[in-house]
Design a protein around this ligand. Structure first.
Ligand code: AMP
Ligand code: MG
Length: 352
C-alpha cells in the first residue's frame, strides 16, 4: 500500500515537472533511457532505500550521470540502512563503536547539530522506539506507557562520541541505537545533484519517494513545477511550487502508518514522549538548496507542530522555506515562496 502511495506521488511529480505549458498537466511519462539530446532526459527508475526513485539528467553526459547516480544510491543504502545487518549504522548500533565512511561521518555530525538546533525534535537516537512500535519489522504494536518510558532515557545526543582522527563513532550509552531515516534521503538527493554537476549536467531532477531535488531550470529555461501532495486526498495536490536549484522535501504521518482498534499510528515519533507526533500538522514540506537540511527540518518541524515550527523559522539562521498543512486543513507558507507557490486553498503567509 505504501509503495502504491509512494508511486502515485512520483507519478504526480513527473506529471507536473513534465508540463511545458503553465496551465497544462501532461499525463504522459518520460521513460527514455538512451537519448542524449536536450529535450528528453536520460532517465532511470529503481527501488532503493525502501522507496521508488527516479533520476533524470538532461544533456550530453546524461547517461553517464544517471548511471553514477544509481551506483551512489546503492552505495549509500548499503552503508546507512538499518535494515541491512552489514551496514555501518547496523554495526554501530550492535557494537556501539564503529569506524565509518566519510558519508556516514558527515551525516551523523549533521544529525547531532540539527538535533541540538531543534531542541531534540529531530533525534536520530529514536531507533529503539521505532523497533518497539514495530516500524522496523512491520510487526506493528501499540506499546504501553511503561514500555516506552525506559527507552526515553537512552536518547541523549551527547552520548554520541565522534573521533574524527580515527573516523570513529561510538556510543557512551550501551542501549543507544540510531536511525538516519529522517535525513538520509535528502543527503542522497544532494549527492546526486553533486554528481550531476561534476558531469557538467545543467538541468536534472531526482525524486526519492515523495521528495524532489532539481538542478537548474528545465532545458527550455522554465522553472520546474513540483506538486505538493495532499496528504488526505491521494490523487490531489495541495499546490504547485515553481522552482530551480532546490530540494523540496515532505514529511507526513500518511507516508508510513498502521491502524489498530480504529486508531492510526504513524512513523514520525515525538522524542519528548515516544509517541507518534501529534502536534497539529498533517504534513510539512521544506524547500532549501540543501537537501540534507530540508530532509532533517521536514521531520523536525512536523514534530514541533505549527506554533513552534513558525517560531523556529523566525529565529533560525538556517536558510529554508516551508509549507505547513495543519490538521484543520489550513495552508501556511513562509514568505520566501509566496510568489512561486500556487494553490486553490487559502494560504496564510508567515514573514521572518
Ligand atoms: P521523514 O520521512 O524524513 O520525516 O523521516 C521519518 C523517519 O525518520 C522515520 O521512519 C524514522 O526512521 C525516523 N524518525 C522518526 N521520528 C524521528 C525523529 N523525531 N527524529 C529523527 N528521526 C526520526
Ligand atoms: Mg526528513
Amino acid at each position: 500500500m505504501r509503495f502504491i502511495k509512494a508511486f502515485s506521488v512520483l507519478i504526480l511529480i513527473i506529471m507536473l515537472v513534465g508540463c511545458s505549458n503553465e496551465n497544462e498537466v501532461n499525463t504522459s511519462k518520460t521513460t527514455s533511457t538512451t537519448t542524449v539530446n536536450d529535450a528528453i532526459p536520460a532517465s532511470k527508475e529503481f527501488f532503493a532505500m525502501d522507496t521508488y526513485m527516479e533520476v533524470n539528467a538532461y544533456g550530453d553526459n546524461g547517461e553517464k550521470a544517471v548511471a553514477k547516480a544509481e551506483k551512489e544510491v546503492n552505495k549509500l543504502d548499503s552503508i546507512l540502512s538499518t535494515g541491512k545487518s552489514t551496514s555501518e549504522i547496523s554495526k554501530l548500533n550492535k557494537n556501539k563503536k564503529q569506524v565509518v565512511s566519510a558519508d556516514t561521518m558527515s551525516l551523523i555530525k549533521e544529525s547531532v547539530k540539527i538535533s541540538k538546533a531543534t531542541n531534540s525534535a529531530f533525534n536520530p537516537t529514536i531507533y529503539p522506539l521505532m523497533e518497539l512500535w514495530g516500524f522496523t519489522t512491520k510487526n506493528y504494536y501499540v506499546p504501553k506507557d511503561n514500555e516506552i518510558k525506559p527507552l526515553l532515557n537512552h536518547m541523549d545526543i551527547d552520548n554520541i562520541k565522534i573521533d574524527e582522527s580515527k573516523n570513529e563513532v561510538s556510543f557512551k550509552d550501551n542501549k543507544m541505537k540510531i536511525d538516519l531515516g529522517a535525513i538520509a534521503k535528502g543527503y542522497t538527493s544532494s549527492k546526486i545533484i553533486d554528481i550531476f554537476k561534476e558531469n557538467n549536467i545543467k538541468s536534472g531532477m531526482v525524486t526519492l519517494g515523495g521528495n524532489v531535488q532539481v538542478l537548474g531550470k528545465k532545458p527550455d529555461g522554465s522553472l520546474w513545477k513540483v506538486g505538493i501532495q495532499n496528504p488526505i486526498g491521494e490523487d490531489e495536490y495541495l499546490g504547485v511550487l515553481q522552482t530551480s536549484d532546490k530540494a523540496v522535501i515532505t514529511s507526513g504521518g500518511y507516508e508510513r502508518n498502521f491502524t489498530k482498534n480504529g486508531k492510526t499510528y504513524h512513523h514520525i515519533l515525538d522524542p519528548s514522549n515516544g509517541y507518534p507526533a501529534n502536534n497539529g500538522l498533517t504534513s510539512v514540506t521544506i524547500i532549501s538548496s540543501d537537501g540534507t537540511l530540508a530532509d532533517a527540518l521536514s521531520t523536525s518541524l512536523f514534530v514541533m507542530g505549527k506554533d513552534k515550527a513558525i517560531d523556529f523559522y523566525k529565529k533560525s539562521n538556517y536558510n529554508f522555506d516551508f509549507i505547513l498543512y495543519t490538521s484543520d486543513n489550513k495552508l501556511i507558507i513562509s514568505e520566501g515562496i509566496e510568489d512561486i507557490f500556487s494553490s486553490d486553498l487559502d494560504i496564510k503567509v508567515v514573514s521572518k
